[in-house]
Write a protein that binds this ligand. Structure first.
Ligand code: HEM
Length: 407
């Protein structure tokens, strides 16, 4: 029998379930699986701080282990995905991280702001002056995809196919894939890697200062340049890690504000509160509910023995509402002093490289939306629905009525 963790009611609103686990079974073993859910903030931090005991070489999303053998065939026939960042451990991870971090410096990210503003502006331009829009479809989904495509150096003309590859890649994470879908998603991955291979070949002939161009240039002192397959894996990981996650952040941020009109009104008069709102959205609705680790030896977590070879899901979504760290943890509170103690970007050696970029996107999107749209009202009958995925918290739609400000 599948664990209650996968029930639709839990996926739609996991927080009561997390609260019970945190209180009574903080390293809960999923029914029928060698997977433990770590739900207390302190335990999550402890697991993330010990990569030698809790390895990131844990394979793809939950419940995917049995599909690995079938999925391997097409992968072996084409491009290999070498371990670089998310699914890698030191010392190899350290080397890649040092190289890739050069593409995420504060200066480079801040330099993207004007571009992000233009993209948001275009998206708001496309909304009707008055009437019904879906803020997931019309804003939260397109913005991160366009930003990451620009970041990776993918032309706008390829956005549609890029969207499909990104969706398929996200589906592998945490969803329950049939064998057929698993094959399709891996086919999609092959196409994506082939596409990046061509873009890299172009940059060898014509250097550029985008992400791929930078990877080509990247060399750590006394180390070899990156091989093509390493650059492909890094590009793929950046896309997977950066797109859907930011879509989820934007969607949750907007939904939370629409459900707290008093807080939204405060932000309308004081835009300096926006970063606090973004942090609370990250805390309350972790866009990635958890990160997977593999126990490299017999160990224990929260007093529960965890045998070598078990996997763990470090549940940021649960840690972020731990009353031991956050008072009244379920409350959306712009004045909370420690929202940033959330674990939504992970912690330690794998801490999200794109954290500043996604915070910037969310801040700019909200600022601009409020500047240009004077009335946004949630459909009173709206019941949020999230994708059937225990790891990625993806709101499916956000129907609202808007009136744009006169230009
Ligand atoms: C709200 C948006 C985002 C969230 C919630 C998020 C979340 C995370 C988390 C939890 C991790 C650590 C995973 C682990 O420890 O196993 C991570 C790592 C990573 N993220 Fe993000 N991410 C977001 C946006 C982005 C963006 C926009 C990019 C790039 C453009 C990005 C690139 C990466 C990369 C490359 C890593 C791997 C770092 C490493 O392994 O050293 N992320 N992210």
């Amino acid at each position: 029998m599948a664990d209650a963790f996968y029930d639709d009611a839990t996926v739609q609103c996991p927080y009561p379930h997390y609260a019970a686990l945190r209180a009574n079974d903080p390293a809960h073993r999923l029914a029928g699986e060698d997977v433990y859910l770590v739900t207390r903030h302190a335990d999550c931090e402890a697991v993330l701080a010990q990569p030698e005991v809790f390895s990131s070489k844990a394979g793809p999303g939950l419940r995917q282990r049995e599909l690995m053998s079938t999925a391997k065939a097409p992968l072996d026939a084409g491009y290999r995905v070498v371990r670089t960042l998310l699914t890698n451990d030191p010392p190899s991870h350290t080397r890649y991280r040092k190289l890739v971090a050069k593409a995420f410096t504060a200066r480079r990210i801040a330099g993207l702001e004007p571009k992000i503003r233009t993209v948001v502006d275009d998206l708001v331009d496309a909304l009707p002056a008055e009437g019904r829009v879906d803020l997931v479809r019309d804003l939260a989904q397109p913005l991160p995809l366009i930003v990451i495509a620009d970041f990776l150096g993918v032309p706008r003309s390829d956005l549609d196919v890029f969207q499909k590859w990104s969706d398929d890649a996200a589906e592998v994470l945490g969803g329950t894939l049939t064998e057929q879908r698993s094959r399709e998603c891996h086919q999609s991955l092959q196409e994506l890697l082939g596409y990046f291979d061509e873009r890299i070949a172009e940059r060898r002939l014509q250097p550029s200062d985008d992400f791929l161009g930078l990877l080509l240039e990247a060399r750590a002192a006394d180390e070899r340049p990156l091989q093509t397959e390493e650059m492909l894996a890094i590009s793929y990981v950046t896309l997977v890690a950066g797109n859907e996650t930011t879509v989820n952040l934007l969607s949750s941020l907007l939904l939370l504000l629409l459900r707290h009109p008093d807080q939204l009104a405060r932000i309308r008069t004081d835009r300096s509160l926006i970063p606090a709102a973004v942090e609370e959205a990250l805390r309350l609705e972790a866009p990635v509910q958890g990160s997977v680790r593999l126990a490299t030896r017999d160990t224990e977590v929260a007093g529960t023995p965890v045998p070598k070879g078990s996997r763990l899901l470090v549940v940021a979504g649960a840690a972020n509402r731990d009353p031991a760290v956050f008072t009244e943890p379920d409350r959306f509170d712009l004045d909370r002093g420690n929202s940033r103690s959330h674990l939504s970007f992970g912690k330690g050696i794998h801490f999200c490289l794109g954290a500043a970029l996604s915070r910037l996107e969310a801040t700019v999107a909200l600022e601009h939306l409020l500047d240009r749209v004077e009335r946004i009202e949630l459909d009173p009958a709206f019941q949020p629905r999230y994708a059937d995925n225990a790891v990625l918290r993806s709101l499916l739609s956000l129907p609202v009525d808007v009136t744009k400000a006169r230009a």
